[in-house]
Every structure is written in structure tokens, then in C-alpha cells.
Design a protein around this ligand. Structure first.
Ligand SMILES: CC(C)(COP(=O)(O)OP(=O)(O)OC[C@H]1O[C@@H](n2cnc3c(N)ncnc32)[C@H](O)[C@@H]1OP(=O)(O)O)[C@@H](O)C(=O)NCCC(=O)NCCS
Length: 128
């Protein structure tokens, strides 16, 4: 597939909502205006004019960044687009001086993030 990738592409919330609704039917709209001020960068994948993948990199303002909301449209999965998004997110974060890139995920996504090069670590999670 002729997929192109962009850093910080201008997106409409509607495009992103459509991509998310593809996987999480009934999911609420993206809180775009709240999310983006905390974003180091975001990477998108495009098939022509169609948005087919997205990942957001949130930032602590220093050397830590956090992968959030990795998603590839259902019809485009298992074509290395997800890995392509995460690899570019890591490259862009490194270029911007980030030293540690974090991600957390459910069990079924462990093989994906392992394939993207993430090593296991101990982490904590508190449901508020
Ligand atoms: C997770 C997701 C982004 C992966 O995107 P993708 O483009 O299909 O992934 P890739 O093709 O780049 O996969 C790279 C490798 O990761 C592993 N992998 C990917 N998806 C996998 C799955 N569902 N189960 C097991 N391994 C998987 C494989 O090793 C794969 O390589 P292979 O296809 O040569 O075997 C996609 O499945 C998705 O959008 N899921 C729903 C949203 C979601 O849950 N996001 C995570 C939020 S943390």
C-alpha cells in the first residue's frame, strides 16, 4: 500500500473521531483542544486523502514522553502501519530531546509493542 506518514499534520477532530469510531464504536469525540497542548507531537498515516492511522505522544515537559491512542483503521492492520507510526513517533521524540518513551497496554497488545522495541518494565496503575 502507498502509505504516507506525517508529523503534526493538521487534522480535524471529525477525521480522528471517524478513525476511533472504527475500532471503538460509540466512543466519545476526541478532546482535541484539551489533548493537543500536552502533545509533544503526533504522527498520522494516510492512504491518499484518507486518515488510516494515528499516534499521539504526550510529554512531561522534560525528557519523558508517553505513547497514547495508537490506532490503525481495521482494514489496514497487519501491514506494518502501526509499527511505522510508533517508529516515527520514537524518532521524532528522540529528535526533540526525549530520553525515555513510555507506553502501557493490555495483554493482547504486548506482542505489538515488543515488535516495536519496547522492553518490559514495572509500572503502576491506579483506577481513579
Ligand atoms: C495495535 C494496532 C495499532 C497495531 O497496528 P498494525 O498496523 O496492525 O500493526 P503492525 O502491522 O505494525 O504490527 C507489527 C507487529 O506487531 C505484532 N502485532 C500487531 N498486531 C498484533 C495483534 N493483534 N496480536 C499479536 N501481535 C500483533 C506482530 O508481530 C506484527 O508483525 P507481523 O504482522 O509481521 O506479525 C492496531 O491493531 C489497532 O489499531 N488496534 C486497536 C486500537 C488499540 O487497541 N490501540 C492500542 C492503544 S494502547
Amino acid at each position: 500500500v502507498g502509505i504516507s506518514y506525517q508529523v503534526n499534520a493538521s487534522l480535524t477532530a471529525a477525521e480522528l473521531n471517524a478513525l476511533r469510531a472504527d475500532h471503538w464504536p460509540g466512543v466519545g469525540p476526541v478532546p482535541w483542544d484539551a489533548m493537543m497542548p500536552h502533545s509533544l507531537c503526533w504522527i498520522t498515516a494516510h492512504d491518499g486523502d484518507t486518515l488510516v492511522g494515528f499516534v499521539n505522544v504526550a510529554w512531561d515537559g522534560d525528557i519523558h514522553a508517553f505513547i497514547l491512542d495508537t490506532i490503525v483503521a481495521t482494514a489496514y492492520r497487519r501491514q506494518s502501519i502501526g509499527a511505522g507510526l510508533v517508529r516515527r513517533a520514537a524518532e521524532e521524540a528522540r529528535r526533540r530531546g526525549i530520553e525515555w518513551l513510555h507506553v502501557d497496554f493490555e495483554d493482547d497488545l504486548e506482542p505489538f509493542y515488543r515488535a516495536c522495541g519496547f522492553e518490559p518494565t514495572k509500572a503502576g496503575l491506579l483506577h481513579l
